[in-house]
Design a protein around this ligand. Structure first.
Ligand code: AMP
Ligand code: GLY
Length: 424
């Protein structure tokens, strides 16, 4: 069968790499893809917002299965459009994807169905918000309602910080329409984990646990990014926490969406804050995490393609996934300046040396090929991902590989995975 993967990041590289290994798959396309992806898939120049372009391509190439990586095409309704054309596609409908694309929808759903999360209120008027903040008192988190590329949440320790964030979002429209409505919520303490599951709207099949490192700098300092590294498994998700997340969060949420007439098919990702083994939801995403997907795909032993097809066919019941017992760590190498402005087109050397290392794969995000050489072309550039018997082994191997990659403009955190060590 022919498979089309939509997207161009490290997550999509990991997906293409994994899908390509399936004996059921004859050809993998990726749109738009990147230089690294072009080793595992044929890249096609269609932008991830060009829904009609994808419909035409899937028809013309007789694509059996389309897999959507990022949230934007999902929020634009690509799944509804494909289903109307009777084309097979993996991902939630536009209505179901609102669990990520509208924080107001997501928080109200959690409130209605008593899914544990921070208390909150919704505002589109600056003065109303100010009155509420004066009553409840910081620390608080201000969040834009709509998609803001992972930058829509501002943690505020003082009233002034809350007012500045509100001012920027409601009056200054720094996130455009996405910030017209805001959520203000309780600041939750604890340790974060990513809990990601496959679901066909009835059955919830969890992936292994993982943890992302959102802050730019070591020790979780500096501004938030899309993710500077990830590891799996995340020991903060103990068996007790795992059971609670499934019983109190994942299953009730999938049932709630069905109840609301928005049956959810695809990947449901809960960002959870865990304190004293009590998980609470920070956010839901309607897709795999990036960079969490990179270690997860490396650890997945089973063929992913029958699972994706079972979800499309709503026949996930009884399916299981086999995982390697190894841990996996992904260190992101990003352009200096990211998540702000950065320069591009710096040559990347050493990738060949890393290719020959067993247990290491470099997933590409922002890379391009110029005269046969890899150059930087985005904020996050590479996700150097390694397997190891234990998290420390995987950390050592990943950083050994990172040090072989030579590029003057690349920066990386030096403490990816370190949070897991306190549990060992
Ligand atoms: P979000 O855009 O909702 O994913 O939030 C981005 C990041 O902000 C999360 O990964 C957390 O690190 C942090 N965050 C969001 N909401 C809260 C909260 N209520 N309490 C503490 N930290 C939060
Ligand atoms: N790594 C966080 C995310 O994908 O949203």
């Amino acid at each position: 069968m022919k498979v089309l993967v939509i997207g161009s990041g490290g997550r999509e590289h990991a997906l293409c790499w994994k899908i390509k290994q399936s004996p059921f798959v004859s050809h993998v396309y990726c749109a738009p893809g990147n230089a690294g992806i072009s080793k595992h898939a044929e890249c096609v120049d269609i932008k991830d917002t060009d829904i009609e372009g994808f419909v035409r391509f899937a028809r013309a190439e007789e694509i059996y299965l389309t897999v959507v990586g990022p949230e934007l095409p999902l929020a634009l309704g690509i799944v509804d459009r494909f289903e109307k054309e009777e084309l097979r596609i993996f991902g939630p409908s536009k209505g179901a994807a609102e669990i990520e694309s509208s924080k107001v929808f997501s928080k109200n759903l959690m409130k209605k169905y008593k899914i544990p999360t921070a208390f909150f209120s919704t505002f589109n008027d600056f003065d109303d918000a100010v009155r509420w903040v004066k009553e409840v008192k910081p620390p608080l988190v201000v969040k834009a309602d709509g998609l803001a590329g992972g930058k829509g949440a501002v943690i505020c320790k003082t009233e002034e910080e809350v007012f500045d964030a509100l001012d920027a979002m409601i009056k200054g429209k720094v996130f455009g329409d996405a910030g017209e409505r805001v959520i203000i919520e309780e600041f939750l303490e604890g340790e974060e984990a990513s809990f990601i599951a496959f679901t066909d709207g009835e059955t919830v099949l969890p992936l292994e646990s993982s943890q992302d490192h959102k802050a730019l700098l070591d020790n979780d300092e500096g501004p938030n990014t899309g993710g500077m590294g990830a590891y799996s498994p995340a020991p903060v998700v103990t068996p007790v926490v795992h059971r609670k997340i499934m019983e109190e969060i994942m299953i009730p949420t999938v049932n709630a969406l069905k109840e609301e007439g928005r049956k959810y098919k695809g990947v449901l990702y809960a960002g959870v804050m865990i304190k004293d083994e009590e998980p609470r939801v920070l956010e839901f995403n309607c897709r795999l995490g990036d960079p969490e997907a990179q270690p997860l795909m490396m650890r997945m032993k089973s063929d992913i393609v029958p699972i994706l097809n079972a979800i499309v066919d709503e026949k996930l019941s009884g399916k299981t996934i086999e995982w390697r017992s190894d841990a996996s760590v992904c260190v992101v190498m990003a352009s200096r300046g990211y998540p702000g402005d950065y320069k591009k087109d710096f040559e990347i050397n050493g990738l060949k040396d890393v290719e020959s290392m067993e247990g290491v794969i470099v997933f590409h995000s922002g890379t391009a090929l110029q005269n046969g050489r890899y150059v930087t072309s985005g904020g996050r550039v590479l996700g150097v991902t390694a397997l190891g018997k234990t998290v420390p082994d995987a950390i050592d191997l990943a950083y050994k590989a990172v040090r072989l990659i030579k590029c003057e403009s690349l920066y990386y955190r030096t403490d990816i995975g370190r949070k897991a060590l306190k549990y060992l």
